[in-house]
Design a protein around this ligand. Structure first.
Ligand code: PGA
Length: 255
């Protein structure tokens, strides 16, 4: 009942020409893949160009960030309304790189998620523990706090529009993927928190896994009961690799 959602987070990679070259190769490979939702989050500078190319395709456009403010004197910021204007259906908020490198705390993530929902964009809210927190046995405490804080501005009736992304910081860009069992344990815990917060509709909220997802490991991760998608960084930069990730069901059948 939860439609798998595979999202590419391109981070600060690809010029507009490189983004277009990716789409030329990627889109024909995924045109016939059924029953999954595909999302691409290019840098702001390519949103317009990528959005135009995706119009009429089944692939949705996403931003990697948004301002919590509606408008005003905020040099360098981009508002949710501006993202709507470019055709964004999703936006990532609270990515661990923004938390660690740009000092974003849960309250700011919550305001960003609220601003997106206010504009009609679905937030992909990222949470996840660091290696130090995991080794100190604090994983669930950290996740509990991040979920409570980052979703504080999501109205109870809007929960289903949300996508939650579990991205253990130690697995991002490191080649060290969480095992399907470790990921499932965290996802089940997150699902319980969503039930506390949103009630029965939490069963319809999708929880993505992120952190070194590749064509080789996506099927085993997606086979877990509470893993409903993937947020992919490095492997999403390559059209063949991301197309194989999107077609994960096919790779599973071959096994
Ligand atoms: P990765 O990044 O796939 O390169 O580990 C995931 C992410 O940061 O969303």
């Amino acid at each position: 009942m939860r439609r798998p959602i595979l999202a590419a987070n391109w981070k600060m990679y690809k010029t507009t020409a490189e983004a277009e070259a990716f789409l030329e190769r990627f889109l024909p490979q995924v045109a016939g893949v059924p029953d999954v939702e595909v999302v691409i989050a290019p840098p702001y500078t390519s949103l317009d160009r990528v959005g135009r190319r995706l119009a009429g395709s089944k692939v949705a456009l996403a931003a990697q960030n948004v301002s919590p403010q509606a408008e005003g004197a905020f040099t360098g910021e981009v508002s949710a309304r501006m993202l709507v204007d470019l055709g964004c259906r999703y936006a990532i908020v609270g990515h661990s790189e923004r938390r660690a490198l740009f000092g974003e705390k849960d309250d700011v993530v919550a305001r960003k998620a609220g601003a997106l929902l206010g504009a009609g964009i679905r937030p992909i809210v990222c949470v996840g523990e660091t290696l130090e927190q995991r080794e100190a046995g604090r994983t669930f405490e950290v996740l509990r706090e991040q979920v409570a804080g980052s979703l504080a501005e999501v109205a109870p009736e809007r929960g289903e529009e949300l996508v939650l992304a579990y991205e253990p910081v130690w697995a991002i860009g490191t080649g060290r993927t969480a095992t399907p069992e470790i990921a499932q344990e965290a996802h089940a815990f997150l699902r319980e928190r969503l039930v506390d917060r949103f009630g029965p509709s939490a069963a319809r909220i999708r929880i993505q896994y992120g952190g070194s997802v590749k064509p080789e490991n996506v099927y085993a991760l997606m086979a877990q009961p509470d893993i409903d998608g993937a947020l992919v960084g490095g492997a999403s930069l390559d059209p063949e690799a991301f197309a194989r990730i999107v077609s994960f069901l096919r790779s599973g059948e071959k096994r």
